[in-house]
Unconditional design. Structure first.
Length: 302
């Protein structure tokens, strides 16, 4: 079996996400359920998550308003829960996005780019004839395939073992059965902030070229300040130390997606439709500068 220790740095961050989803699933008030997350995270995912939460908690400053720090980290006692709240809200928000997308009668293709330990093909119900594609590095998909070997996906599930940095991944997706002339729903979750700006534009250009008019897209981003704020430094140092630094932040995500042919709306966790009773802090007004922001983007191809 592919060992988790053989995953590269970005692959290991997927284990952290799975560990957070496992923790959420165990809550009595869970806002999403992922029965596969604990197995996908494994011991290494739990260890990495503990390291991340310890760094965030140690950096939290009692009495400092959380608008200047990562959401939910206004003191050490809530730092870990705030970090997990980001993941829980994001997961549920994109679950709802995909459920809505496949209700459109002609939309029968779902593509998760940078899929990591995503288990939606297994844990969510899908209408008949949905093809569910996952694109990620071969080692990541091999690890997941082996972890879930005894499970049955609920859609026509197809792995596309390609690095998104490769210019040929769109060809591999088409070879796997994707039809560019038919509508599709795309999800880029936990991906874009690991790419350099040029890489973000390249991936969005490639997706736009593959997405027929009317196709849908969703992604998450952080703002530019999230990469430079002193209160973010402990978190950023952990990711950099793992070998996967955050490289991209954007203050105008709707404009970014419009540049690539998508009309998009933007929500922040805690705003209406992106709360689910879990968000711990007031949402900073959109015109307030120098605060950490997470953006949840959903849009449609023109």
């Amino acid at each position: 079996m592919t060992d988790a220790v053989n995953l590269d740095a970005v692959g290991r961050t997927a284990l952290v996400t799975a560990a957070m989803r496992a923790a959420e699933t165990d809550r009595p008030d869970a806002i999403h359920q992922d029965p596969y997350a604990a197995a996908l995270a494994g011991e290494l995912g739990e260890k990495l998550l503990a390291e991340l939460l310890a760094a965030v908690s140690a950096a939290a400053v009692p009495g400092v308003p959380s608008g200047g720090q990562p959401p939910g980290t206004h003191d050490a006692a809530t730092a870990g829960s705030g970090r997990r709240a980001v993941n829980a809200v994001r997961t549920r928000y994109f679950d709802e996005y995909l459920r809505a997308a496949v209700q459109e009668p002609d939309l029968r293709q779902v593509v998760v780019a940078g899929a990591g330990m995503d288990s939606r093909a297994y844990r969510m119900d899908w209408p008949g004839a949905v093809r569910f594609f996952e694109v990620d590095r071969p080692a990541v998909l091999d690890y997941k395939r082996e972890c879930l070997a005894a499970e049955t996906p609920r859609a026509d599930h197809r792995f596309v073992p390609m690095d998104l940095a490769s210019p040929s991944w769109p060809d591999a997706l088409v070879d796997a059965g994707y039809e560019p002339d038919r509508p599709s729903a795309w999800l880029l979750e936990g991906l874009l902030f690991y790419l350099p700006e040029s890489g973000v534009h390249q991936v969005l250009d490639q997706v736009a070229e593959l997405a027929a008019p009317g196709s849908r897209i969703a992604a998450d981003l952080v703002n530019a300040a999230a990469l430079t704020m002193p209160s973010q430094r402990p978190l950023l140092d952990v990711f950099a130390g793992w070998g996967c630094p955050w490289l991209f932040g954007c203050d105008e995500p709707a404009e970014l997606f419009a540049r690539h042919g998508f009309d998009a709306g933007v929500a922040q966790p805690g705003e209406p439709g992106a709360d689910f009773g879990r968000w711990p802090d007031p949402v900073p007004p959109r015109d307030l500068a120098d605060v950490y922001r997470v953006f949840l983007v959903t849009g449609r191809r023109r």
